[in-house]
Design a protein around this ligand. Structure first.
Ligand SMILES: *Cc1c(COP(=O)(O)O)cnc(C)c1O
Length: 341
């Protein structure tokens, strides 16, 4: 298979149209068989439910080439399960898990020329999503839906080395108790755009959102879960019903316990305690872990002892172990690696 002539190492995180995408449509109560198509543009009614009432959810995962030359994805079953939860909360039909995984496999195989080679640091980012497609003007769910998976090659996350982030405690809220924070819905991102643009304008990389009810507890950022390390090497991660259950964070918790023998606590974390932690990282598919060096709470700076030059030592071990598992250097737990080719 001849690869596309792409400067893999210098790709950013942006959309590049690839050859094929998988599409299945839901109509009259059933999903059709679905197929791989070449057309990257979508045509629909101006009154489509997704356009008027944001009835849409998505997933994000990566395919990549391992050291021994296989093309694999990481835990796509969990993406399928999470999309099932998102669809149910948004009154959308569930796209069956086995079919979800099969669609991901088909898209990767059909776009093999875009799967970056091992060692480039780049990956093929997959974006499964679903949306309400028919016209709806009175507020109600659509009854026709499209499920689609496209892919785009993306560059290495830490280009030119790891740089710890500076984040601010946000005055904007992300997700209300009883709201939609725990599902991967486009609407959670629409309302985060103003918060992230204004954070960037003020010189911060990200927002730390607090629980909206008491504004005392740490929730997450716009697109990544927090993981903290205490001064005695315990891994601590926030527990809340309004946090999106990151697959990376759940995998890192397993790695911490089972591979590194670390104690892990999933519990409520008060903003007050953050100053006592030794390390802080943000977990998500894109970066695995991005270290946080500084957290600014309305002018008060919390400087993590791990500093602004590198990952903290425990964060680094977690990062190295999980990326080792993903790349096939370290034996993976049963079922974590889905081999495509
Ligand atoms: C997608 C997402 C994450 C990260 O989840 P992963 O499964 O690790 O990629 C974290 N928080 C939010 C709000 C997200 O949308």
């Amino acid at each position: 298979m001849e690869k596309k002539n792409i400067d893999w190492g210098n790709l950013g995180f942006s959309y590049m149209e690839t050859d094929k995408r998988f599409v299945s449509n839901f109509k009259d109560g059933v999903w059709d068989e679905g197929e791989l198509i070449s057309e990257a543009n979508v045509t629909m009614s101006e009154c489509a439910c997704v356009l008027q009432y944001a009835q849409t959810c998505f997933e994000g995962l990566k395919a990549y080439t391992t050291e021994d030359g296989h093309i694999v994805t990481f835990r796509p079953d969990l993406n399928a399960e999470r999309m099932e939860a998102s669809a149910k909360r948004l009154e959308m039909p569930v796209f069956p898990k086995e079919r979800f995984i099969d669609a991901v496999v088909q898209v990767v195989a059909a776009n093999e020329a875009y799967v970056p080679p091992f060692g480039s640091g780049a990956t093929l980012y997959l974006r499964p999503f679903m949306y309400g497609k028919n016209a709806v003007i009175g507020v109600k769910p659509a009854d026709e839906f499209e499920f689609r998976v496209f892919c785009t090659p993306v560059g290495p996350y830490f280009k030119g080395g790891v740089k710890p982030l500076t984040i601010r405690v946000s005055d904007f809220d992300r997700a209300a108790p009883g709201g939609t924070g725990h599902i991967k819905a486009g609407l959670n991102y629409a309302m985060s755009l103003h918060a992230i643009v204004s954070a960037h304008e003020e010189g911060y990389d990200e927002n730390m959102y607090l629980d909206p009810k008491t504004r005392t507890k740490v929730e997450e950022t716009g697109g990544a879960n927090f993981l903290f390390v205490t001064k005695d090497n315990k891994v601590v991660t926030p527990k809340s019903s309004s946090i999106l259950p990151s697959i990376t964070r759940r995998s890192l918790v397993h790695v911490a316990k089972e591979y590194l023998g670390l104690e892990v606590e999933e519990r409520e974390i008060y903003l007050d305690e953050v100053k006592d932690f030794a390390e802080c990282g943000l977990c998500g598919t894109a970066a695995v872990i991005s270290p946080v060096g500084k957290i600014v709470d309305h002018g008060t700076e919390i400087c993590l002892p791990s500093g602004m030059a590198e990952m903290g030592p425990v964060t680094k071990k977690l990062y190295d172990t999980l990326t080792g598992i993903q790349m096939g250097r370290i034996e993976a737990p049963e079922g974590w690696i889905k081999v495509i080719k």
